[in-house]
Design a binder for this molecule. Structure first.
Ligand SMILES: [Fe+2]
Length: 211
């Protein structure tokens, strides 16, 4: 390659790499992966569906288990925050039992655990809720579901999202049939981040798609 050709080649290569960077930065972000609803979406009417699942209105006790706080934001696929999104979540109690008439496991029911919440994302698409670490539960004779929280996320004008939220470094994650079939990138998006090593605070962001 003579020196002029070489200079042009380098110039084009440099322009090419700039173009690649621009294309990447405007690319749509990955939407939070979806997951099956499972059999235990609440069917029993419940008045108290607020952001503190560790207490039930009218009862003095506190839910059993490790209390955790999960906060985050809702974004669209272009990175814009989305406010007034409905976040409908339900989970097993710390013993791995759902408050659902069809869950006939032998694990105890915790009357002080709220088990179901419906929240709205507020300013900057932010949300926060307090709950207990869901227990693992058996699935058939030989499998276990790793701890997870079921979530439906919806707002008019956006694709509705049905997903499950997982917890980092849980030994059952890698054995969980649903978690295992997701790609590493999907698993990462579906796993809450622990905000401090010893604390009980987690962060989880949702990315939903504008229709
Ligand atoms: Fe479940």
């Amino acid at each position: 390659m003579d020196s002029i050709k070489r200079r042009n080649f380098l110039k084009n290569a440099a322009l090419g790499s700039v173009a690649t960077v621009i294309a990447t930065s405007t690319q749509a972000k990955m939407v939070t992966p979806s997951e099956v609803e499972g059999p235990f979406y609440p069917i029993t009417p419940q008045k108290d569906k607020d952001a503190d699942l560790t207490k039930v209105d009218g009862k003095d006790g506190v839910a059993k288990g490790e209390i955790i706080v999960i906060s985050g934001q809702v974004f669209d696929q272009h990175g814009n925050v989305v406010e007034d999104v409905t976040i409908d979540l339900w989970q097993a109690n710390s013993f791995g039992r759902y408050h659902h008439p069809h869950d006939n496991s032998d694990a105890p029911i915790d009357e002080n655990f709220q088990s179901w919440a419906i929240l709205q994302s507020g300013k900057q698409g932010r949300f926060k809720f307090k709950t207990v670490m869901p227990g693992a539960y058996p699935l058939g004779a030989s499998q276990q579901r790793t701890p997870h929280i079921h979530v439906k996320v919806g707002k008019l004008g956006y694709e509705s999202l049905l997903t499950q939220m997982y917890f980092p470094n849980h030994p059952l994650n890698e054995k969980d049939g649903l978690f295992k079939r997701k790609s590493k990138e999907e698993q990462k998006m579906m796993t809450a981040k622990k905000l401090s090593k010893d604390g009980n605070q987690y962060r989880f962001n949702f990315v939903i798609e504008r229709v």
